[in-house]
Write a protein that binds this ligand. Structure first.
Ligand code: SF4
Ligand code: SF4
Length: 298
């Protein structure tokens, strides 16, 4: 079987996604739809087209993109290039002829061998620093069969593996296909209240909490719980105190926080995304400290 996955980014030399020097692979597709998603281009499965009008100067260009587009999604209006996303089938032909990179197809289909060779090149750095490869997303567990083959191949040559997950997976398949090949799990816990979870992520959190408990009870590898601190959504006293109570009830002692990063807002224009949540500031040290106090005091 030559399974393929749609990968929208491969970041080498990362240090935030696990111990040592790592390569993080971002898989496209996610079952949640968080209103603050830092990688909104990773939610939909398959290709996406990025358009940066500030790089496009149609009056100084032969406009090969318009000729390349078979669906007539690109037109010139008032001397500006317009992209009609309803017509666009994300074939990427326009991006291959745009030398200014105003149009770019995000990501690519890779098979297991292709992805393996791209990441294994850094094995000497992984070995020297205790690093490895982290699968992220989107939600990487949406491509469980592919990940199974990929991790097996990495482990066969002694490369350590980790995943970042939002917990929306089938536990039986996860335990069978991924757990035996993993060294570390980062589990994002966002909201403790079910209604808030439905409102802000589009899904109930019941399944996520069940999976978290099953993992912490049965996994023989570290399961590191992280709370993304999203102002006014997850970074509220009520949510953090509720999470702290839940963790204490289940004798889970360790949790860390991921402070909000507003830089994702730049992506909205590139992908013509219309979202309600647009908090534009980093959190202050005092705000982060307050969140940690809420977790510790409850
Ligand atoms: S998108 Fe690229 S190829 Fe098309 S008009 Fe703009 S600069 Fe030219
Ligand atoms: S991705 Fe394909 S369909 Fe979409 S604008 Fe480009 S050429 Fe046209």
């Amino acid at each position: 079987m030559d399974s393929k996955a749609y990968i929208f980014d491969i970041k080498r030399n990362t240090s935030e996604d696990g111990p040592g020097i790592r390569t993080t692979v971002f898989f496209k597709g996610c079952p949640l739809n968080c209103s603050w998603c830092q990688n909104p281009e990773g939610i939909a499965p398959g290709p996406s087209l990025s358009f940066r009008p500030e790089l496009c100067h149609p009056d100084d260009c032969d406009r090969p993109c318009i000729k390349a587009c078979k669906t007539k999604a690109l037109t010139l209006q008032d001397q500006l290039l317009r992209l009609d996303r309803e017509r666009c089938d994300k074939c990427g032909r326009c991006a291959t002829v745009c030398s200014r990179h105003a149009l770019e197809q995000v990501g690519q289909w890779l098979n297991v061998d292709e992805l393996f060779y791209r990441v294994a090149i850094d094995k000497p750095f992984f070995d020297a620093t205790g690093g490895g490869v982290t699968a992220s997303g989107g939600e990487c567990t949406t491509q469980m069969n592919f990940l199974h083959e990929f991790f097996k191949k990495l482990k066969a040559v002694g490369i350590r593996t980790a995943i970042e997950t939002n917990g929306m997976f089938n536990f039986g398949r996860f335990a069978r296909l991924l757990l035996p090949w993993l060294d570390l799990i980062y589990f994002d816990l966002k909201l403790i209240d079910e209604a808030a979870s439905i409102r802000h992520t589009g899904h109930s959190n019941r399944h996520i909490l069940d999976n978290l408990l099953r993992l912490t009870e049965s996994a023989e590898i570290p399961v590191k719980i992280r709370i993304p601190l999203i102002p006014e959504i997850t970074a509220t006293d009520e949510n953090l105190r509720g999470i702290a109570r839940f963790l204490r009830e289940h004798r889970i002692k360790q949790v860390s926080v991921l402070p909000y990063n507003p830089l994702w807002l730049d992506k909205l224009q590139r992908f013509d995304m219309d979202v309600e949540y647009r908090h534009g500031a980093f959190m202050s040290d005092a705000e982060i400290e307050h969140c940690i106090d809420c977790l510790q005091a409850s």
